[in-house]
Write a protein that binds this ligand. Sequence first.
Ligand code: HPA
Length: 235
Amino acid sequence: MSTFHINSKKSDFSDTILMPGDPVRAKYIAENYLNNFKQINTTRLMLAYTGYYKNKKISIMSHGIGIPSAALYVRELITEYNVKKIIRIGTCGAVRDDINLRDIVIGLGASTDSKFNRIRFYNHDYAAISDFHITYQAFLAARQMKVKIHIGNFFTTDSFYTDQDMLKILNKYNIVGIDMETAGIYSVASEFRAQALSICTVSDHILKKESVSSSDRESSFNDMIVLSLETTLLI
Ligand code: HPA
């Protein structure tokens, strides 16, 4: 079978999936963390893999950039491929003084400037929240691994380059991470009764104008990848 955007067989996917934005990172995770993995999607080079982490069957698939891209993959995975548990693992911006480059942040909720949820929720404000069970298990896994995390409200934006005045508002309202997908992923997961959580590594501090160099990116993502994989063992 295949859907508009995925050319895999139904049985190719695990019910549990890690979703980075970048296909190259999906390939990196499969090659470095999964045993007996195989590539299961090639459409649009939105690479997907299924393999085993400590004997647990896990899929990895990239979701691209932005809500429109992430939401369609999440929807097709849930409705056509029986995916039930989704952990987005990505990068995000930060604006809070006490959050630093390479810190791991977890989105308990996600505010947004996107109209995606309003379009589907009769123009009302949809409170996009993570799944409690996955969030709690990620919290426990982080404690076990002694990895520091910040848990709070994300801001999911349609515009990567955010206006300075808006950044001050995000700081004022205690936003822990700025990304481009989480608010959409959470609402689609809720709509189709799946569970979702976003775990991100801070790649840029937008107010301090700092960013992780490309050579440091890989090592700083490894903690997030292991935290996410360990979380999959608990959910
Ligand atoms: N803004 C939005 N999305 C992002 C950012 C950012 O600064 N960094 C990584 N993803």
